[in-house]
Design a protein around this ligand. Structure first.
Ligand SMILES: Nc1ncnc2c1ncn2[C@@H]1O[C@H](COP(=O)(O)OP(=O)(O)OP(=O)(O)O)[C@@H](O)[C@H]1O
Ligand SMILES: [Mg+2]
Length: 262
């Protein structure tokens, strides 16, 4: 469904080149929960953003490589076409819903706006669809949430609202960058359960980006271990945990609390 080939994304700051993504290749099948795990600064977020060319041109750029989505190298598409794929067929959620939700608009206004921009529905149908999306994200009292401003919701509810907005487009791929890092442990499990459920219900693939190897073990079918801009190991999650091949993967697993190991 999504194939990344020899992708290189570099930043240029103060005359210094950072090879944040350095020759990455990977393949995400349909209906798969695929994790990218690695320590801070290894290039996970840059990789996620590169998939739909969201790198700020002031900071850096994609030097080479392709991202083939349903048979088309989307990095070669005109901006307008890519913009339509981004958000619609490939959606994002981020660690801090506050950075993606606008504080001055209600949740409903923001979901409806997104549905209208991507021409999923017209003005009359948008409220109904927005409510359906909030229900899908298992938010209780969807009407009340729809008319709430982001600050009136808890962190977990905001993240559910973000997920609702993302999946209301019926994307094929959801890129979730540290989706639970800002949440407490119980809320984290609820959000992970929701992602697992939506994967089944909507035949969605989810690319989970995280520094948390524990979370990977809980949810991912496949895992890629990233280190200094490169993928050092990629495998079915079970196999990776049972038989890590790369030294860095072994070290990551050893850093896990004892009781969580397989
Ligand atoms: N806008 C930017 N301008 C310049 N360098 C950047 C920029 N964003 C990231 N970098 C650098 O690129 C490398 C990869 O950063 P990135 O944010 O992709 O890592 P990450 O794995 O997501 O880290 P974290 O776990 O902390 O979120 C780091 O060395 C970082 O300092
Ligand atoms: Mg990051």
């Amino acid at each position: 469904m999504l194939k990344i080939n020899d992708l290189n994304t570099y930043y240029y700051k103060d005359g210094k080149e950072t090879r944040a993504v350095d020759g990455v290749r990977l393949h995400i099948p349909p209906s798969c929960i695929f994790a990218i795990v690695g320590e801070s600064g290894c290039g996970k977020t840059t990789l996620g953003l590169s998939i739909t060319d969201l790198i700020n041109p002031k900071d850096g750029k994609i030097i080479s490589g392709s991202v083939v989505f349903e048979g088309v190298n989307i990095l070669r598409l005109p901006q307008e076409k890519l913009r339509d794929i981004r958000g619609k067929q490939i959606s994002y959620i981020f660690q801090e819903p506050a950075t993606s939700l606008n504080p001055v608009f209600t949740i409903g206004e923001q979901i409806e706006e997104a549905l209208l921009v991507h021409r999923i529905t017209d003005k009359r149908g948008s409220r109904k669809l927005a409510i359906a999306a909030l229900k899908e994200a298992r938010l209780r009292e969807p009407e009340r949430v729809l008319d709430s401003y982001p600050h009136q919701l808890s962190g977990g509810m905001k993240q559910r609202a973000m997920i609702a907005m993302a999946v209301s487009m019926r994307p094929k791929l959801l890129i979730a960058d540290e989706p639970t890092t800002a949440l407490d442990v119980d809320t984290e499990s609820e959000i992970l359960d929701l992602l697992l459920l939506l994967r089944k219900e909507l035949s969605l693939s989810v690319l989970i980006i995280t520094h948390d190897i524990r979370l990977v073990q809980k949810v991912a079918d496949k895992t890629a271990v990233m280190y200094k801009g490169r993928i050092v190991e990629i495998d079915d999650t079970d196999r990776l945990f049972n038989k890590p091949r790369h030294e860095y993967t072994k070290m990551l697993l050893e850093s896990m609390p004892e009781r969580l190991k397989l």
